[in-house]
Design a binder for this molecule. Structure first.
Ligand SMILES: Nc1ncnc2c1ncn2[C@@H]1O[C@H](COP(=O)(O)OP(=O)(O)OP(=O)(O)O)[C@@H](O)[C@H]1O
Ligand SMILES: O=c1[nH]c(=O)c2[nH+]cn([C@@H]3O[C@H](COP(=O)(O)O)[C@@H](O)[C@H]3O)c2[nH]1
Ligand SMILES: NC(=O)CC[C@H](N)C(=O)O
Ligand SMILES: [Mg+2]
Length: 515
């Protein structure tokens, strides 16, 4: 099943909802020609939304021939409008815009698209243009106040379209409409599972790496543990995992990772590289978040090159050409790696990579979201402690010190962070909270009174968030008692921190990390 991306906010979300319906899906850009799309032999096609207007100059269009190939198609929003336009319907700016929750009424309940869906449903809309006339041969299935043609179908040709976004959570029967299209409209069988991801990726990795050697950047986090386990399954002995202690890790983390490692990767070899001094040296005097990220990204690669040289020397000159990373889709899209998407922050493993990198990357999880990766981890038999670990960013505490990163500041933050994490665990909230960065405002100081004396210390920010996939997040409503305990312990026990504040910003507009 293919998703054609018209520059949508939600193209990956569509692909993911299709995978949730246990059908394999991939995304192709709208620049792909009809021949290129059909050459992939799709069992069905979904045309995504997009920011353009079909009647504007240079707007992406879809060839009418795509609809004559006998492949079932569902158009969503822009995709729906482009489909109407290509097949002789009319699309116009009606002046009736709809954004957000919108009631939609079925006018033709017999379509398979609406099986099990009530006559009135709340759908999530985001459009300024509307289809005012369906193409010949199509039946209008639904209307809304702002969209006279809110859905249409040509059941014989297996062509369907909806003006709303069935892929977003807020569309009440969104997943139902999507699965109706997939199972009934397109007749697909729900037989794709995390087990298939494992099989398919193992086969792909074998093909890519062949009999050569690879190293896996292993952080102790979920993504790299799952990536390592997949690659280990594919190429066994040819893999060496490399953990970099860059001095930006949390308290005791390096020791714990070394200990937990055997369980996480099915016994692959582990090499620990200590690179604290060089990372801190390169970060000296740097305060700009993007500059920090680029420096850390580059130093990671330089460290992997050191590991590569050692492995080559030890294996009598056999080349190590591949670098495995646990890159996920959100890392790619935030780094501006999608079709026409903005750069929000350069994740060290994507946008932070240096230009002169010589490794060939192996990234088996690059199209997936975190909860999908967790399902693959469970499928691979990884222990729950690893599969459900809270994320921790590769640049570590380096992007949680607002200001210059120094050894003293790192020690201060490590102490505060250890207390916050221990209390969250003691409260039994580790699984409920997605992650809780503790951020040191190193260039801010405030006046306190402690032991009847004046202090002039730094604040830390607690940033507990709940999320499904890190693309959006809300601040976690932690119990006041817990917040109070964390605040008391940090200010009492960590010399130099005299204030604890709570971040109550969702994402958007904030991101999870402060830098
Ligand atoms: N300290 C490290 N040593 C080696 N590789 C690392 C380190 N930190 C991060 N990486 C690499 O960068 C990738 C991206 O980091 P990221 O934090 O997103 O993933 P993760 O650590 O595997 O999982 P999680 O999101 O659960 O923390 C990792 O999958 C890993 O390949
Ligand atoms: O490995 C990583 N390298 C990075 O450069 C990076 N930046 C952010 N994160 C993690 O990604 C998720 C989304 O974070 P933001 O809302 O801050 O963008 C959150 O889980 C962050 O912790 C990173 N992980
Ligand atoms: N979300 C969309 O796909 C929007 C389609 C088109 N740009 C409109 O405003 O109607
Ligand atoms: Mg991590």
């Amino acid at each position: 099943m293919l998703v054609v991306d018209y520059g949508a906010q939600y193209a990956q979300l569509i692909a993911r909802r299709v995978r949730e319906a246990h059908i394999y899906s991939e995304i192709v850009p709208h620049t792909a020609s009809t021949e290129q799309i059909l050459a992939k032999n799709p069992a069905a096609i979904i045309l995504s939304g997009g920011p353009s207007s079909v009647y504007a100059d240079g707007a992406p269009s879809v060839g009418a021939d795509l609809f004559q190939a006998g492949v079932p198609v569902l158009g969503i929003c822009y995709g729906f409008q482009a489909m109407a336009n290509a097949l002789g319907g009319t699309v116009a700016k009606t002046g009736l815009r709809e954004y957000g929750h919108t009631p939609v009424n079925a006018t033709e309940a017999t379509s398979c698209l609406f099986d099990g869906v009530p006559a009135e449903q709340v759908a999530w809309m985001s459009h300024g243009d509307s289809v005012s006339e369906a193409p010949a041969g199509f039946t209008v299935l639904a209307t809304s106040a702002g969209a006279p043609v809110a859905a249409f179908a040509n059941e014989d040709a297996k062509l369907y379209g909806v003006q709303w976004h069935p892929e977003v959570n807020h569309s009440e029967f969104g997943q139902k409409v999507l699965t109706n299209f997939l199972y009934e409209g397109a007749g697909l069988k729900p037989d794709w599972t995390p087990g298939n991801i494992v099989e398919e990726q193992v086969a792909r990795i074998r093909e890519q790496v062949g009999s050569k050697r690879a190293i896996c950047a292993l952080s102790g986090g979920v993504d790299s543990a799952v990536a390592a386990a997949l690659v280990q399954r594919a190429i066994g002995e040819q893999l060496t995992c490399v953990y970099v202690d860059h001095g930006l890790m949390r308290q005791n983390e390096s020791v714990e990772i070394e200990k937990a490692f055997g369980a996480s990767t099915g016994g692959a070899k582990l090499m620990v590289v200590h690179a604290e001094d060089i990372f801190l040296e390169k970060l000296a005097g740097v305060t700009d978040p993007e500059a920090k990220r680029k420096i850390i990204g580059e130093q990671f690669i330089r460290t992997f090159e050191r590991a590569q040289a050692e492995i080559i020397a030890a294996s009598e000159g056999e080349d190590v050409a591949f670098l495995v990373q646990g890159t996920l889709y959100p890392d790619v899209v935030e780094s501006g790696g999608g079709e026409g998407t903005a750069n929000i922050k350069s994740h060290h493993n994507v946008g932070g990579l240096p230009d002169d990198i010589e490794f060939e990357l192996v990234e088996p999880l690059r199209a997936l979201f975190k909860d999908e990766v967790r399902a693959v981890g469970t499928e691979l038999g990884l222990p729950d402690e690893i599969v459900h670990r809270q994320p921790f960013p590769g640049p570590g505490l380096g992007i949680r010190i607002i200001g210059e990163v120094t050894r003293e500041r790192l020690d201060l933050l490590r102490e505060a962070d250890a207390i916050a994490r221990a209390e969250l665990t003691a409260a039994g909230l580790d699984r409920e909270v997605w992650q809780m960065p503790v951020v040191l405002l190193a260039d801010v100081r405030s006046v306190g009174v402690q032991g009847d004396g004046r202090t002039y210390g730094h604040p830390v920010v607690l940033r507990p968030v709940s999320s499904e996939d890190a693309m959006t997040a809300d601040w976690s409503r932690l119990p006041y008692d817990l917040l109070s305990k964390i605040s008391n312990r940090i200010t009492n026990e960590v010399d130099g921190i005299n204030r604890v504040v709570l971040d109550v910003t969702s994402k958007p507009p904030g991101t999870i990390e402060w830098e």
